[in-house]
Design a protein around this ligand. Structure first.
Ligand SMILES: Nc1ncnc2c1ncn2[C@@H]1O[C@H](COP(=O)(O)OP(=O)(O)OP(=O)(O)O)[C@@H](O)[C@H]1O
Length: 188
């Protein structure tokens, strides 16, 4: 089953063409690592994959719901962490996944701490826990290792491995090495 496919996609931003003719597909269990210099268009590609913007040319297919972890954590700063994640999980119908997601990212001890008190790395881990708890088949992770300590990068890698083993697919844009066994290499 194909979870994400780009067919001859072009992307324009601010009236400038960032890339064109891009085709790739992610099937169940697959991953792609997206790399390239600053400003080349990695985040723009991830936004296209999420359906947050439209391609200038070509076609994008999604075969499963997508969950995006980008620059902002998109969590209510005033709520305790578990409740902030629970808000999204409630919309996704996956409240039972919040606790295991917190544990997967090693932040279960912070469940009752308001999001505004979390450190940069803890917020990043919380944003990743939100994706893990979403139940979405397609994970779109834009610089997921930014601000993470070594143990948290390992936790992220383990979560990705588990998601792929469950038939999910993952697109990761990263400047920092993230171990993604047998991943497609997408270089912009
Ligand atoms: N809303 C926007 N309007 C106009 N130009 C934009 C907009 N968003 C991004 N751009 C431009 O599009 C280009 C690609 O940006 P993008 O964020 O996709 O790059 P990136 O490869 O993810 O970079 P980095 O490695 O620095 O995160 C940049 O030149 C950026 O200035």
């Amino acid at each position: 089953m194909t979870l994400l496919a780009f067919h001859n996609v072009a992307c324009d931003r601010g009236g400038r063409r960032l890339f064109a003719g891009l085709s790739f597909a992610l099937r169940a269990g697959e991953a792609a690592l997206l790399t390239g210099p600053n400003g080349i268009g990695k985040s723009s590609l991830v936004r296209l994959a999420a359906g947050l913007s439209a391609p200038a040319a070509g076609r994008i297919e999604r075969g499963a719901p997508a969950a995006l972890a980008g620059e902002a954590a998109a969590l209510d700063l005033e709520l305790p962490l578990a409740a902030a994640l629970g808000f999204w999980a409630g919309l996704d119908g996956t409240r039972n996944r919040v606790e295991p997601a917190l544990a997967a990212m090693g932040i279960d001890h912070l469940a009752e701490v308001p999001v505004r008190f979390l450190s940069t790395g803890q917020r990043k881990r919380a944003a990743l826990a939100r994706v893990i708890a979403s139940g979405a088949g397609l994970w779109l992770l834009d610089e997921p290792a930014n601000g993470l300590d070594t143990a948290s990068v390992a936790a992220l890698e383990a979560a990705i491995d588990g998601h792929r083993a469950d038939g999910g697919a993952v697109l990761v844009a990263s400047h920092v090495p993230v171990a993604l066994p047998n991943a497609q290499d997408l270089r912009l």
